[in-house]
Write a protein that binds this ligand. Structure first.
Ligand code: ACO
Length: 446
């Protein structure tokens, strides 16, 4: 029988090669050697535990603050190649989805792994649209917030509060229940966001309009005033929809990790989503778009950009909207966003801060400090300018990130729940504190 050839190797050669998919580690403290299997380019951290100084030793651990080089899970949702500037949801390039898909279709893809057929999309859109209303009591929570409460704070609280209205959401291993909570979360996020926004303005809440698209309805709930029927500007509606597609998932980022980590305790998805939203709120994550605008306003004029960049290089602050843990090349989302910005500015007029942003980018892309550290504009660098031109106040920017990211969070959460290898997330530590010591009575303390 002819041996099966793989990349020019015979089956026997392949078997030998495969058997060498291992890592050999020599512990110089003991002189002992162990061989650890390599799978998918990784070793299992638990395999390190066999490396011990002596029988009493706990075993070797890896130390990886902020998970720089630790894979937490196997995932089939989002692929990123940071060096090549590639982002794909379930294999589909972000550029194609931004051009041809809608947010709701993309959310379906992210959650269920395949693009929906016409019937599936119709049902999915119907189910999301018919879960946009929130319980009237939620409005009372919102009324309790101060007029200048940050909408992300209101979002986090009201998302968590949803769990008290749907106690059956605790039944997380029931597929039907998970599906229902998914409709609720994706459906109600825009409503909570719009109501939080109108609360800050002291405006009456505008209820969902089921005839409008997901983003069209969101704009309706935000901006409807006295007109009988709100009609969103189709270019702005589509621009927001594309921005939602770009923000739908981004594999194991800080908030997805929060969703998985909190969800691993088997809490209900509303509580886990509130935790993920809190993680997103921080200025190093989803809060960065708000910080970019504050930074541009602080710079004030194109002429002051070099001075600002000098300060950043001296370690006095950061160029917000620049840099990324994964992308060490241009963030592919930033490219698409620049294009959307042109369309929005054509309708709404050019944002006066754009010139300052462009000058920051121009200088940074040529400057050794940024080039050597491979710092490029990330998704947040231009989104703030677009949102501001569309009429959103800065405090709403992270909210506009949280709404579409909900589909990604739920997909990550569900993948974690159904993965038989996952348990409650519980990292280890390297304890460097005091050794055991006797309690010191007050009169003897310094
Ligand atoms: N401005 C100036 N210097 C920067 C910036 C920046 N925006 N980002 C990183 N650096 C510098 C760091 O000071 C560090 O320099 P050093 O090597 O001399 O110490 C080097 O570049 C590497 O940076 P790290 O902080 O190690 O990179 P890390 O991967 O941990 O951080 C992060 C990534 C948090 C995004 C960072 O680049 C940053 O703070 N950027 C600004 C905030 C921002 O835009 N966040 C949005 C990220 S995208 C998102 O979450 C949607």
């Amino acid at each position: 029988m002819n041996p099966v050839k793989q990349e020019g190797r015979t089956a026997t050669e392949e078997a030998v090669r495969m058997s060498r998919e291992t890592l050999t580690i020599t512990d110089n403290r003991t002189g002992k050697t162990c061989e650890i299997p390599i799978k998918d380019g990784t070793i299992r951290a638990m395999d390190l535990r066999q490396i011990k100084k002596d029988a009493k030793d706990f075993g070797m651990m890896s130390y990886d603050p902020s998970f720089n080089n630790t894979a937490l899970c196997h995932s089939k949702i989002t692929y990123i190649d940071g060096d090549a500037g590639i982002l794909r949801y379930r294999g589909y390039p972000i550029e194609e989805l931004a051009e041809k898909s809608t947010y709701l279709e993309t959310a379906y893809l992210i959650l269920y792994g395949e693009l929906p057929n016409a019937k599936q999309l119709e049902h999915w859109s119907y189910d999301i649209t018919h879960h946009t209303f929130i319980h009237e009591s939620i409005k009372k929570f919102l009324d309790g917030f101060h007029y200048d409460a940050h909408p992300m704070g209101m979002m986090i609280s009201t998302i968590a509060a949803l769990s008290t209205f749907y106690p059956e959401a605790k039944d997380i291993f029931n597929e039907e229940s998970r599906r229902k909570q998914t409709y609720r979360l994706i459906g109600k996020m825009p409503t909570l966001a719009a109501f939080a926004y109108r609360h800050t303005l002291g405006m009456p809440f505008a209820y969902p309009d089921n005839e409008l698209s997901y983003t069209g309805n969101f704009l309706n709930m935000l901006f409807k005033t006295t007109e009988l029927k709100y009609r969103p500007n189709p270019t702005l509606e589509r621009a927001l929809d594309i921005l939602f597609i770009l923000h739908a998932d981004h594999e194991q980022n800080c908030s997805a990790n929060a969703m998985r980590c909190v969800g691993s305790s088997h809490v209900d998805p509303f509580s886990a989503t509130a935790a993920a939203t809190a993680a997103l709120y921080g200025p190093l994550h989803g809060g960065a778009n708000e910080e970019v605008l504050r930074m541009l306003m602080e710079i004030r004029s194109v002429g002051r950009v070099p001075e600002f960049i000098k300060k950043v290089k001296a370690g006095e602050g950061k160029l917000m909207g620049f840099g990324h843990r994964i992308y060490k090349n241009y963030d592919p989302r930033a490219r698409i966003i620049k294009h959307i910005a042109d369309q929005v500015f054509e309708i709404m007029g050019k944002n006066p801060l754009l010139e300052i942003a462009l000058e920051c980018e121009r200088i940074a892309l040529e400057d050794d400090y940024f080039v050597t550290r491979r710092l490029y504009p990330n998704v947040d660098f231009y989104t703030g300018l677009i949102y501001q031109s569309m009429g959103f106040p800065m405090t709403m920017f992270p909210v506009l990130f949280a709404i579409p990211r909900t589909s990604g969070w739920i997909a990550q959460w569900e993948e974690m729940l159904l993965d038989p290898e996952q348990k409650i997330a519980r990292p280890r530590q390297v304890y460097l504190g005091a050794d055991q010591r006797a309690y010191v009575p007050m009169e003897l303390r310094k």
